[in-house]
Design a protein. Structure first.
Length: 232
Protein backbone atom coordinates (compact mmCIF):
# COMPACT_ATOMS: atom_id res chain seq x y z
CA UNK A 1 0.00 0.00 0.00
CA UNK A 2 2.84 2.32 0.90
CA UNK A 3 4.51 1.52 -2.42
CA UNK A 4 1.35 2.51 -4.32
CA UNK A 5 1.12 5.76 -2.40
CA UNK A 6 4.77 6.54 -3.13
CA UNK A 7 4.34 5.70 -6.81
CA UNK A 8 1.28 7.94 -7.00
CA UNK A 9 3.22 10.77 -5.38
CA UNK A 10 6.05 10.42 -7.90
CA UNK A 11 3.60 10.30 -10.81
CA UNK A 12 1.97 13.47 -9.58
CA UNK A 13 5.31 15.28 -9.47
CA UNK A 14 6.22 14.44 -13.06
CA UNK A 15 2.90 15.46 -14.58
CA UNK A 16 3.49 18.14 -17.24
CA UNK A 17 2.39 21.64 -16.45
CA UNK A 18 -0.48 23.18 -18.36
CA UNK A 19 0.60 25.00 -21.52
CA UNK A 20 -1.58 27.23 -23.66
CA UNK A 21 -2.41 25.48 -26.92
CA UNK A 22 -1.49 28.65 -28.77
CA UNK A 23 2.03 28.58 -27.33
CA UNK A 24 2.55 25.10 -28.81
CA UNK A 25 1.73 26.36 -32.32
CA UNK A 26 4.79 27.12 -34.39
CA UNK A 27 4.82 30.75 -35.41
CA UNK A 28 5.21 31.68 -39.06
CA UNK A 29 8.75 32.59 -40.12
CA UNK A 30 9.01 36.20 -41.28
CA UNK A 31 9.98 36.85 -44.88
CA UNK A 32 10.59 40.58 -45.42
CA UNK A 33 8.64 40.69 -48.69
CA UNK A 34 5.64 39.19 -46.87
CA UNK A 35 5.90 41.45 -43.83
CA UNK A 36 2.43 43.10 -44.06
CA UNK A 37 0.54 39.79 -43.92
CA UNK A 38 3.00 38.38 -41.35
CA UNK A 39 2.34 41.40 -39.14
CA UNK A 40 -1.40 40.78 -39.23
CA UNK A 41 -1.02 37.07 -38.49
CA UNK A 42 1.51 37.66 -35.72
CA UNK A 43 -0.73 40.28 -34.09
CA UNK A 44 -3.64 37.83 -34.14
CA UNK A 45 -1.42 35.06 -32.75
CA UNK A 46 -0.19 37.22 -29.86
CA UNK A 47 -3.68 38.41 -29.02
CA UNK A 48 -5.04 34.86 -29.04
CA UNK A 49 -2.19 33.62 -26.85
CA UNK A 50 -2.57 36.41 -24.29
CA UNK A 51 -4.31 39.76 -24.95
CA UNK A 52 -1.77 41.50 -22.73
CA UNK A 53 1.02 40.50 -25.09
CA UNK A 54 -0.09 43.31 -27.39
CA UNK A 55 0.43 45.76 -24.51
CA UNK A 56 4.09 44.76 -24.46
CA UNK A 57 4.27 45.41 -28.22
CA UNK A 58 2.58 48.81 -28.00
CA UNK A 59 3.70 50.11 -24.59
CA UNK A 60 6.94 48.30 -23.81
CA UNK A 61 7.71 46.27 -20.66
CA UNK A 62 5.43 46.52 -17.65
CA UNK A 63 7.03 48.57 -14.89
CA UNK A 64 5.32 48.06 -11.50
CA UNK A 65 5.00 51.31 -9.56
CA UNK A 66 3.88 52.48 -6.14
CA UNK A 67 3.33 55.74 -4.31
CA UNK A 68 6.36 57.22 -2.63
CA UNK A 69 6.42 57.28 1.20
CA UNK A 70 4.57 60.12 2.89
CA UNK A 71 6.98 62.92 3.82
CA UNK A 72 5.86 66.09 5.52
CA UNK A 73 5.79 69.02 3.12
CA UNK A 74 6.29 66.85 0.04
CA UNK A 75 3.72 65.62 -2.45
CA UNK A 76 3.52 61.87 -3.03
CA UNK A 77 4.54 60.71 -6.48
CA UNK A 78 4.63 57.45 -8.39
CA UNK A 79 7.96 55.61 -8.22
CA UNK A 80 9.13 52.20 -9.51
CA UNK A 81 8.67 49.30 -7.14
CA UNK A 82 11.69 47.55 -5.72
CA UNK A 83 11.83 43.83 -6.37
CA UNK A 84 11.02 43.01 -2.75
CA UNK A 85 7.77 44.98 -3.01
CA UNK A 86 6.54 43.27 -6.17
CA UNK A 87 3.45 41.07 -6.07
CA UNK A 88 3.15 37.75 -7.96
CA UNK A 89 0.96 39.61 -10.47
CA UNK A 90 3.72 42.19 -11.00
CA UNK A 91 6.30 39.46 -11.61
CA UNK A 92 3.98 37.63 -13.99
CA UNK A 93 3.31 40.81 -15.95
CA UNK A 94 7.03 41.60 -16.20
CA UNK A 95 7.67 38.09 -17.54
CA UNK A 96 5.29 38.66 -20.45
CA UNK A 97 7.83 40.86 -22.20
CA UNK A 98 10.36 38.01 -22.20
CA UNK A 99 7.70 35.64 -23.56
CA UNK A 100 6.84 38.01 -26.40
CA UNK A 101 10.54 38.48 -27.20
CA UNK A 102 10.87 34.70 -27.38
CA UNK A 103 7.88 34.38 -29.73
CA UNK A 104 9.17 37.13 -32.01
CA UNK A 105 12.66 35.64 -32.16
CA UNK A 106 11.12 32.25 -32.93
CA UNK A 107 9.59 33.82 -36.05
CA UNK A 108 12.96 35.07 -37.37
CA UNK A 109 15.65 33.30 -39.36
CA UNK A 110 19.27 33.71 -38.26
CA UNK A 111 19.93 36.66 -40.57
CA UNK A 112 16.93 38.67 -39.38
CA UNK A 113 17.48 37.60 -35.77
CA UNK A 114 21.02 39.00 -35.84
CA UNK A 115 19.65 42.36 -36.98
CA UNK A 116 17.52 42.75 -33.84
CA UNK A 117 19.63 40.75 -31.40
CA UNK A 118 20.60 43.93 -29.56
CA UNK A 119 16.99 44.90 -28.83
CA UNK A 120 16.21 44.66 -25.12
CA UNK A 121 12.41 44.67 -25.24
CA UNK A 122 9.63 43.18 -27.36
CA UNK A 123 8.60 46.69 -28.47
CA UNK A 124 12.13 47.43 -29.67
CA UNK A 125 12.16 44.21 -31.73
CA UNK A 126 8.71 44.94 -33.18
CA UNK A 127 9.60 48.52 -34.10
CA UNK A 128 12.93 47.46 -35.60
CA UNK A 129 11.25 44.86 -37.80
CA UNK A 130 8.75 47.48 -38.95
CA UNK A 131 11.53 49.83 -40.05
CA UNK A 132 13.64 47.11 -41.66
CA UNK A 133 10.77 45.57 -43.62
CA UNK A 134 8.55 48.61 -44.29
CA UNK A 135 11.05 51.44 -44.12
CA UNK A 136 10.90 54.76 -42.32
CA UNK A 137 7.76 56.90 -42.08
CA UNK A 138 8.91 58.82 -45.17
CA UNK A 139 9.24 55.60 -47.17
CA UNK A 140 5.82 54.40 -46.00
CA UNK A 141 4.31 57.74 -46.99
CA UNK A 142 5.80 57.38 -50.45
CA UNK A 143 4.47 53.81 -50.69
CA UNK A 144 1.03 55.06 -49.72
CA UNK A 145 1.13 57.58 -52.57
CA UNK A 146 2.20 54.93 -55.07
CA UNK A 147 -0.51 52.49 -53.98
CA UNK A 148 -3.17 55.21 -54.08
CA UNK A 149 -2.20 56.05 -57.67
CA UNK A 150 -2.27 52.35 -58.52
CA UNK A 151 -5.79 52.13 -57.11
CA UNK A 152 -7.00 55.19 -59.02
CA UNK A 153 -5.72 53.74 -62.31
CA UNK A 154 -6.65 50.14 -61.59
CA UNK A 155 -8.00 48.20 -64.58
CA UNK A 156 -8.17 44.63 -65.78
CA UNK A 157 -5.65 43.63 -68.44
CA UNK A 158 -6.75 41.89 -71.62
CA UNK A 159 -4.81 38.73 -70.75
CA UNK A 160 -6.33 38.43 -67.24
CA UNK A 161 -9.15 36.19 -66.16
CA UNK A 162 -11.89 37.43 -63.83
CA UNK A 163 -10.17 35.63 -60.94
CA UNK A 164 -6.82 37.21 -61.79
CA UNK A 165 -8.35 40.69 -61.66
CA UNK A 166 -10.21 39.94 -58.44
CA UNK A 167 -7.09 38.56 -56.70
CA UNK A 168 -5.02 41.55 -57.85
CA UNK A 169 -7.65 44.01 -56.61
CA UNK A 170 -7.96 42.29 -53.21
CA UNK A 171 -4.18 42.39 -52.78
CA UNK A 172 -4.16 46.08 -53.64
CA UNK A 173 -6.86 46.80 -51.04
CA UNK A 174 -4.89 44.84 -48.44
CA UNK A 175 -1.67 46.70 -49.29
CA UNK A 176 -3.51 50.02 -48.97
CA UNK A 177 -4.90 48.97 -45.60
CA UNK A 178 -1.35 48.30 -44.39
CA UNK A 179 -0.42 51.93 -45.04
CA UNK A 180 -3.61 53.21 -43.36
CA UNK A 181 -5.48 53.99 -46.56
CA UNK A 182 -9.04 52.72 -46.59
CA UNK A 183 -11.85 53.08 -49.13
CA UNK A 184 -15.48 52.60 -48.19
CA UNK A 185 -17.11 49.42 -49.44
CA UNK A 186 -19.40 51.11 -51.98
CA UNK A 187 -16.53 52.97 -53.62
CA UNK A 188 -14.25 49.93 -53.81
CA UNK A 189 -17.07 47.73 -55.17
CA UNK A 190 -17.85 50.26 -57.88
CA UNK A 191 -14.15 50.61 -58.67
CA UNK A 192 -13.86 46.86 -59.18
CA UNK A 193 -16.92 46.65 -61.44
CA UNK A 194 -15.74 49.58 -63.57
CA UNK A 195 -12.29 48.03 -63.91
CA UNK A 196 -13.63 44.98 -65.76
CA UNK A 197 -13.40 44.62 -69.56
CA UNK A 198 -16.25 45.73 -71.82
CA UNK A 199 -17.70 42.22 -72.10
CA UNK A 200 -18.73 42.50 -68.43
CA UNK A 201 -20.60 45.80 -68.85
CA UNK A 202 -24.11 44.31 -68.99
CA UNK A 203 -23.62 42.07 -65.94
CA UNK A 204 -21.88 44.85 -63.99
CA UNK A 205 -24.78 47.20 -64.74
CA UNK A 206 -27.27 44.54 -63.59
CA UNK A 207 -25.40 44.16 -60.30
CA UNK A 208 -25.29 47.92 -59.74
CA UNK A 209 -29.02 48.19 -60.42
CA UNK A 210 -30.11 45.28 -58.25
CA UNK A 211 -27.68 45.32 -55.32
CA UNK A 212 -26.82 47.94 -52.74
CA UNK A 213 -23.07 48.29 -53.24
CA UNK A 214 -22.75 49.84 -49.79
CA UNK A 215 -24.09 46.64 -48.21
CA UNK A 216 -22.64 43.99 -50.50
CA UNK A 217 -19.27 42.32 -49.91
CA UNK A 218 -16.74 42.28 -52.72
CA UNK A 219 -16.61 38.50 -52.36
CA UNK A 220 -20.35 38.32 -53.12
CA UNK A 221 -19.95 40.49 -56.21
CA UNK A 222 -17.14 38.24 -57.42
CA UNK A 223 -19.36 35.22 -56.78
CA UNK A 224 -22.17 36.71 -58.89
CA UNK A 225 -19.76 37.42 -61.73
CA UNK A 226 -18.16 34.00 -61.50
CA UNK A 227 -21.55 32.27 -61.57
CA UNK A 228 -22.49 34.29 -64.66
CA UNK A 229 -19.20 33.34 -66.29
CA UNK A 230 -19.85 29.64 -65.69
CA UNK A 231 -23.39 29.90 -67.03
CA UNK A 232 -22.32 31.38 -70.33
Amino acid sequence: MAENTQAGSIAQKVQPTSVSRYETIRVQILRPVEYPIWKVKMTMFLEATDPKYLDRINDGPHMPTKLSPVVAGQEQKTVPKEKKDMTPEDISSIAKDAKVRHLLQSALDNVMSNRVIGCKTAKEIWDALEVRCQGTSAIKKNRKTILTQEYEHFASRSDETLTDTYDKFCKLLNDLSMVDKEYDIEESNLKFLLSLPERWDLKATTIRDNYDLAETDLDEIYGLLKTHELEI
